[in-house]
Write a protein that binds this ligand. Structure first.
Ligand code: SF4
Length: 250
């Protein structure tokens, strides 16, 4: 990689260097960002996916560069059956090195103990079924690739390509190579490589999480793609992309 900072792990950047490097990344091709990250972190990098609407694109981009990269999926126990079908389809097509994470309680025990917590306390439900198993798995890695994009919601518009977040083992570099992609770019890429969209996408589900109606609905007309997530609630994120500011490197 040609940039002088590209040989240093971002956790060692100063705050100013990190801001400068993020500015540089705005003009890098997505494949160049992925090559940089995969080369720098080697066996300590992974990608997370929800096997959501457009997940196939980033999985394809990443596995073209590193076919063996660990692919982490948190099975909350509340996914749509179509999501699990989509997972199986993509696993076969892309030969994914899949790592499935599970919450401490299985779904039935969780329901017996807490009932429909997703209706009454969705933050707690996400914390137990999604965030906790994911954060536990983070301990095994130094870097994390994720498919968040700025056009998904107004709350994601200020995201940057590289963030440093805390990890029980120290620091973890979070890389968001698709930040500047939009729906048309994803569609064109998927068509070019004959990649499938989630089966519910054609029914208006533009962002797909867990199956309870209070967690995922079709996107509202004229609203951003994540408008069907926790609709009519203040909640906009499950929690893995919103670590408390106090946990972020200053
Ligand atoms: S998205 Fe809904 S069901 Fe899934 S973990 Fe969060 S609150 Fe629970």
């Amino acid at each position: 990689m040609d940039h002088p900072l590209s040989h240093t792990k971002p956790e060692n950047f100063s705050k100013e260097q990190l801001a400068y490097f993020n500015q540089q990344l705005e003009s890098w091709e997505t494949s160049k960002i992925l090559e940089w990250a995969i080369q720098l972190f080697a066996s300590k990098i992974m990608i997370s996916t929800s096997f959501g609407a457009e997940s196939a694109v980033l999985l394809h981009l990443v596995t073209q560069i590193d076919p063996n990269i660990p692919v982490l999926f948190t099975d909350t126990g509340f996914h749509f059956p179509e999501t699990l079908l989509h997972l199986n389809d993509l696993q076969k097509r892309l030969n994914l090195n899949l790592r499935i994470l599970k919450p401490t309680l299985n779904t039935q025990d969780f329901l017996n103990q807490y009932g429909k917590l997703y209706e009454t306390k969705p933050d707690q439900c996400c914390a137990m079924n999604k965030v906790e198993p994911f954060q536990t798995a983070l301990q095994d890695y130094d870097a994390w690739i994720t498919g968040v994009r700025r056009d998904q919601s107004h709350t994601r518009q200020k995201l940057v390509f590289v963030e440093i977040i805390s990890n029980p083992n120290g620091w973890l570099t979070k890389i968001c190579p698709l930040l500047n992609w939009n729906s048309k770019m994803l569609w064109d890429y998927a068509k070019k490589f004959d990649l499938p969209y989630h089966p519910l996408w054609s029914r208006g589900y533009l962002s797909i999480g867990c199956s309870p109606d209070c967690c995922t609905r079709p996107a509202q007309l004229g609203q951003d793609p994540r408008s069907g997530r926790w609709a009519n609630k203040d909640k906009t994120e499950c929690g893995i992309h919103t670590l408390p500011l106090s946990a972020q490197k200053e």
